[in-house]
Design a protein around this ligand. Structure first.
Ligand SMILES: [Zn+2]
Length: 118
């Protein structure tokens, strides 16, 4: 994976995360209190671990799932594993990552997963 591309994706992931956190803050007073005293720049440092259990219950499941995927992708960037499928280690095409920066599975593995969950 090219360093420049990874850098771009890291930026995209952080922006996505900020967007989700802001949306959540608009939907939930409790969540707003949680992030209120933080500098907007620090928002990106909020890990899903910081959001306590009670909070998780009131938040939309879908958003939490996306936040988790974003966290996972960010830590994969740190570990230089970003862009490789979590299942089969195949390289994930850049076009797919551009469309979904937090994709952790290649397309064949993703469709297998989806068939299993249906
Ligand atoms: Zn795969």
């Amino acid at each position: 994976m090219k360093a420049e591309f990874t850098k771009q994706m890291r930026k995209a992931l952080l922006e996505l995360k900020e967007e989700i956190l802001y949306t959540l803050a608009q939907e939930s007073d409790e969540f707003r209190e949680l992030i209120e005293d933080k500098d907007p720049k620090d928002l990106v440092d909020i890990a899903t671990d910081d959001i306590d259990k009670r909070m998780l219950e009131i938040l939309e499941n879908q958003d939490i799932k996306r936040l988790n995927l974003i966290e996972a992708a960010l830590s994969r960037i740190e570990n230089e594993r970003y862009g490789f499928c979590m299942k089969c280690s195949a390289k994930i095409p850049e076009d797919r990552l551009k469309a979904i920066p937090y994709a952790t599975l290649c397309l064949p593995c993703k469709s297998k997963e989806e068939r299993k969950n249906r």
